[in-house]
Design a protein around this ligand. Structure first.
Ligand code: PLP
Length: 285
């Protein structure tokens, strides 16, 4: 079945769906995006994702060219047209098309909206989670507004590629004080030897992940001790468990960091329980 993309008011076969070469998303990475999990034909945490989209747009002074309710309709229609039951929907809003100039274009420039969707096999993600994944650490060389979910992702792309070349699935960025910030496309967590769940505060050099936010409720419900603080790479090596969170991977066990086994080198009980419980705390609509 041919995939369908929504581009500025039209649903087109993916191969024919085009944006203008002077779109500022293409020229300057001047735009923002969201990725939302789709499960059983429903959007997971749509409300939170759209709220974060509004925040990102506000930080960059880009207006949303349609009401949020209309955007919700477009997301669902894109899922339907692509027959996605389980997978992800991708939404991108850029500052629009204008003659190339670094400064913002005139106020009447209409932002561009693109939505795509694709199916993912839940069983294959589950298979990866059973064994857990490898992570490598790399210096965090990104700008200081990583709290905005912009399409400007080149350091993340290069970090992920470095991880893949070393046989790992994710790279964890490390700040100049040796503390983990987050993954190239995920938030980073450890479980200490004392059983405390630790993740970096969302106001310090990371994206406030929607999965992270929802997981905080699951952690509370399981009566686990949470510490929102930065942790060092050394602390991660010595942790009992480690995991990462993102909309497409949910809670993914990390079993090796820089080739060093974490705990006994297999997914731990806290991570496994949080992965199992996650969707009880997520919103489905
Ligand atoms: N951090 C970064 C840099 C990301 O790119 C992502 C997701 O793409 C996340 C964290 C996790 O965010 P979410 O849970 O909303 O998918």
């Amino acid at each position: 079945m041919a995939r369908i993309a929504y581009v500025n008011g039209r649903y087109r076969p993916l191969g024919e769906a085009c944006v203008n070469v002077e779109d500022r998303g293409y020229q300057f990475a001047d735009g923002v995006y969201e990725v939302c999990e789709v499960r059983g034909g429903h959007l997971v945490d749509e409300r939170r994702h759209l709220q974060r989209l509004l925040r990102s747009l506000g930080e960059l002074k880009i207006s949303l060219p349609m009401p949020l309710t209309a955007l919700g309709v477009v997301l669902r229609e894109t899922l339907t047209r692509n027959r996605v039951q389980d997978g992800i929907v991708y939404l991108q809003v850029t500052r629009g098309v204008a003659r190339r100039d670094f400064a913002f274009p005139t106020a009447d420039t209409r932002p561009s909206v693109v939505v795509t969707a694709r199916s993912l096999d839940p069983a294959s993600n589950e298979k990866i989670a059973v064994n857990g994944i490898d992570v490598v650490t790399l210096p965090d060389n990104r700008w200081d507004r990583v709290d905005i979910k912009t399409v400007s992702l080149l350091p993340n792309v290069l970090a992920k590629q470095t991880a893949r070349e070393q046989g790992a699935r994710e790279a964890w960025f490390v700040d100049c004080e040796g503390r983990v910030t987050e993954g190239s496309s995920s938030n980073a967590w450890i479980v200490t030897r004392e059983g405390k769940v630790v993740t970096r505060p969302a106001d310090q050099g990371i994206l406030r992940g929607i999965t992270r936010t929802v997981l905080l409720d699951a952690i509370k419900a399981q009566k686990l001790t949470l510490e929102e603080r930065a942790f060092t790479v050394q602390e991660a090596y010595a942790a009992r468990e480690a995991f990462l969170t993102s909309a497409s991977q949910i809670v993914m066990p990390v079993v090796r960091i820089d080739a060093k086994p974490i705990g006994n080198g297999a997914p731990g009980p806290v991570t496994t329980a949080l992965r199992r419980e996650f969707h009880r705390f997520a919103e489905r609509c």
